[in-house]
Design a protein around this ligand. Structure first.
Ligand SMILES: O=P(O)(O)OC[C@@]1(O)O[C@H](CO)[C@@H](O)[C@@H]1O
Length: 311
């Protein structure tokens, strides 16, 4: 069973529009409402691909009930601590060109000390039954910035691989625990690379830096449709074709993490792992919902991934 942690999940509402007119009304052509948050998305995709996943974190209010029910209907096991307030709504205004979308994120409810302790207790219990841990997304108010480091340490002490996709100091602190994979956010590339993000070299330097910290997979998104992977078998630039892309919602990065978890679980080699993870990302970017169409659909994209070995 794979544990996914989303401490600040969301209901994602996506409005598909022809245009956004600032200072006036815009009519949506259609609307989608989905459970969201990075770990939640990974749990959904893992389950769709035949892996059992438990989604953990905090839920609140009507949005919290909606997420819990949607996950259960999708056969994802849920283990959330219910808190006061309302789980946030993240609004995505999507235009025909996915590069022109706009999003608005709510903050989400504050977590108090008692709920935090309850979550930690549940997490430690779950770790005993888990084979891997995925940690993703923003930290809600009330959670100390050491949280991801602490969660990663607990998992590592139990011998589990940890996959982290977060940002800011909580992310940087978690790197000290040497997770199996760290997905570097755009906002941290300059800091990790120690130089301005003005060329591919900066992305590579950030991925190397992460790998040199003892993290087997240092992954950095390179512009929108590529990723740099620093591994002990070399550094790779992987790119995907973008012609069929529809989604503005950034689930491709969650699909990539899902692919890495599965690639490791199935003992794939370095290049096969990258291809598989990238194929998961391509597949997820071809539709606006969270429903990966299955393994065969992902495998159909394997040859759309171009892989360049940089060193
Ligand atoms: O505010 P965070 O936690 O960084 O990101 C939240 C979020 O953008 O991440 C997911 C996509 O990765 C969405 O489902 C969700 O709305």
């Amino acid at each position: 069973m794979i544990v996914t942690v989303t401490l600040n999940p969301s209901v994602d509402e996506e409005y598909l529009l022809d245009e956004i007119v600032l200072g006036s009304w815009s009519r949506a052509n259609s609307t989608l409402r989905m459970p969201g948050g990075r770990g939640v998305n990974v749990a959904l995709m893992l389950t769709q691909l035949g892996y059992s996943a438990v989604a953990m974190g905090f839920l609140a209010g009507f949005n919290g009930e909606y997420i819990r029910d949607a996950l259960r209907r999708a056969n994802v096991t849920t283990n959330f601590v219910h808190i006061q307030g309302e789980t946030r709504t993240n609004v995505y205004l999507s235009l025909k060109n996915p590069d022109e979308g706009t999003s608005i994120y709510e903050k989400g409810p504050r977590v108090d000390d008692e709920a935090r302790k309850r979550f930690l207790m549940n997490y430690k219990r779950m770790i005993n039954r888990a084979s891997a841990v995925v940690i993703g997304g923003s930290l809600p108010a009330g959670m100390p910035k050491e949280t991801y480091k602490e969660l990663s340490l607990v998992a590592k002490e139990a011998g589990l691989p940890v996959y982290i996709d977060a940002y800011g100091s909580p992310f940087l602190m978690a790197l000290e625990t040497q997770p199996r994979m760290a997905k570097v956010p755009d906002t941290q590339i300059e800091h990790l690379a120690g130089r301005p993000v003005d060329s591919l070299e900066a992305y590579v330097a950030a991925a190397h830096k992460v790998h040199e910290m003892g993290i087997p997979w240092g992954v950095v998104s390179y512009q929108v449709y590529g990723d740099v992977f620093a591994t002990s078998h070399g550094t790779y630039l992987a790119k995907m074709t973008r012609d069929k892309t529809q989604a503005f919602l950034f689930t491709a990065r969650d699909a990539l993490v899902t692919g890495m978890v599965i690639a490791d679980a199935e003992g794939m080699g370095t290049e096969d792992s990258i291809r598989f993870a990238m194929a998961c990302a391509i597949e997820s970017s071809t539709h606006v919902d969270r429903n990966i169409k299955g393994r065969a659909s992902i495998e159909a994209y394997l040859d759309k991934v171009t892989l360049e070995k940089l060193d």
